[in-house]
Write a new protein. Sequence first.
Length: 186
Amino acid sequence: MVAVLLVSLFGALEYVQVTNLKSQNRVLTSSLSELQSENQNLGAQVTGNSSADLTQAWLSHLAKLANANITGAAEDYTPNAKMIYYGVTFGLGGNYTGTGNIRETLQALFGEATNFHFTIETFNSTIQSNASADIGANLSFAGLNHIMGEFNGTISAEYHYIYQNGAWLISDEYWNFETGNFQYKG
């Protein structure tokens, strides 16, 4: 009798456990379906002109400058892009229009630099539409140049990007060199 009672008790416990597992499985399946649905919705929203792609394009541009990849950096601009440098610009302040003029200025500033790097102090981006976006950032920089010696400073930067031909390209760039320090080599 005790054996029958124990078998019945274990059977009832097993039945409860199986029922609980089935219930948990339904909840997990339902949650998985919801997550898959959310993922599909997010996937539909995240395309080549997403905020993440904009940020990646900008970070890639800074990396090209830091690595003195002037040709690659110049390709990040639209053909009629405008670049304005002002403030403490090491003599390179001005308005530069078109990738040819921009390339020359980038070469003068970054082409001969070594051990160059940016530090992002603040960053924000706003996508205005599917084909237009703005980035604002505060950067510090430091490096070494065979003419200027060691140099460093801070920049308040603004960018206007256009999404063209499957990529975010800079159409307008404004760099306010807020501080700048350099030691001419003698």
